[in-house]
Structures are given as C-alpha cells and as structure tokens.
Design a protein around this ligand. Structure first.
Ligand code: ZN
Length: 247
C-alpha cells in the first residue's frame, strides 16, 4: 500500500518523543538536585516526583522541591503521600519519640534515621507514574558508600529492583532505573552540581530544622563535609556558622 509508510513514520516519531521523558524522584536535598541536573542533561523532558512520608522537615523539603522544579521549568509535578511509612515508624525521621542523633561520621552500622525499606516505596510510586506517562527512565539520587550506609541505597538493590520493574510492568513498557550518583563521593556530587550549574542554594538536607540547618545531624554533617572537601562554600544558612568546618 502506497500510503502505509507515512503513518509508520509518525508513530515512530511519537515513540521517540516519549522516550525523552524521565521521572526524577526529588526530595529537595542535594543528591536529588544533582541527580536531576544530570537527568536534565540526558533527557528531553523531566517530570518531578516528590514523596512526603511524615518526615520531620516535610514542609521545607516540599518547598525545595517546588523551587527546583521551577528552576528546571518542570511542568509535570506529582506530590504523593506515603503516610504508611510514618505509621509504621521505626525511624528518627518519622517517629518523634526517637531523637535525631548527633552526627558521628565514623560510626559503624545503620543510623536511626534509616526509614525501613523506604526507597522501595519511592521507586514503586515512581515506576507506576512512569508507566502511565510512558517515561523511559526513573532517576533516584541514592548514594552507596560515602553516605549513611542505608541498605536500600546499595547498587545491588537497584539491580534487583530493575528486575522487579521488568517483570511487573506491561510487556511493551521499558523503564530504566537510573542512579547516576550512587558510586560518587559526596564531595564529587557537590563538584558535579557546580559543573552543571545545579541550584544547590535551593536544596535542603537537614533532618531536624526547617529555617536554619542545624549543622549537627548526620545529614548536615555529610553535606558540610562534602562542601568542605570540594572546596566550595555551602550556600544555605546554618544555626552556627562555625559548624561549616566541624566535619
Ligand atoms: Zn541538620
């Protein structure tokens, strides 16, 4: 049939367009900001997903999420609440009876801020949205070695989850789980962010406070050490300026 070639071409073009969409899990922290900056380089279009799960600094993180989405001109935004994580508890991030511990970057073991199996919940929501949106990838800013040592930040977890996605979605669905900063040191993430002009000043990492970062929780300490090692001044405000050089 003479007219069969043109429609085929049109369908192909549409598919190519859809392949340019990436879903980014954006908490509002530094790692997810730099991950989004990398995704911005690698894809035609981004959609941002934010998950609130009853964490202490939820409102502040959400504010950062919106500002980061504005910065990258992201129109497609989704905010979901996974309140089961707070109800289940077991983490100092979601259970106010468990205090947020002072930073100890030399401590062994998994810190009390670990939210049990959280990243599986986040990925599940992201993959569901990606399948509906026909996105080709899901980006998550997990960091394996040079961070808190959460088990759901290990590369093996993402390899296994990729298999879950492959067998748990429609046969024609192709979604790649991307973890571009997983092997980086935190200081390398800062440097990468600066290289890509990522808006690090809009991010929030503190587990405890929402106006001035405490500078003494694990997340603040990891962040401050990363900026210090990268030789860059952290642009966000801290309760005590002296904490900038404490780690
Ligand atoms: Zn803090």
């Amino acid at each position: 049939m003479g007219g069969s070639e043109e429609p085929t071409e049109v369908v192909k073009d549409d598919e190519l367009d859809r392949n340019g969409l990436a879903i980014c899990l954006v908490s509002g922290g530094m790692d997810s900001c730099v991950t989004a900056a990398i995704a911005n380089e690698e894809n035609d279009e981004l959609a941002f997903l934010h998950v609130s799960y009853g964490q202490r600094t939820e409102t502040r993180e959400r504010e950062s999420f919106e500002k980061l989405a504005d910065h990258y001109g992201v129109k497609s935004r989704l905010v979901v609440s996974l309140e089961q994580l707070a109800r289940i508890g077991g983490s100092s991030l979601t259970d106010t009876r468990i205090p947020v511990s002072q930073a100890d970057l030399s401590a062994q073991g998994i810190p009390s801020s670990y939210v049990p199996f959280r990243n599986a919940h986040l990925l599940a929501a992201a993959v569901s949205w990606a399948e509906v949106q026909q996105a080709s990838s899901v980006y998550i800013g997990a960091v394996a070695e040079d961070s808190s040592g959460y088990p759901d930040c290990r590369p093996e977890f993402y390899d296994a989850f990729q298999q879950v996605v492959n067998v748990g979605t429609k046969p024609e669905t192709r979604i790649e789980i991307r973890t571009p900063v997983i092997q980086m040191k935190k200081s390398e993430i800062v440097a990468k962010g600066v290289e890509l002009s990522a808006p690090l000043h809009l991010t929030w990492s503190c587990y405890r406070e929402s106006k001035l970062a405490c500078g003494t929780c694990d997340s603040c300490a990891l962040r401050l050490r990363a900026f210090r090692m990268a030789g860059i001044n952290d642009p966000i405000p801290y309760v005590l300026d002296s904490n900038r050089f404490a780690y």
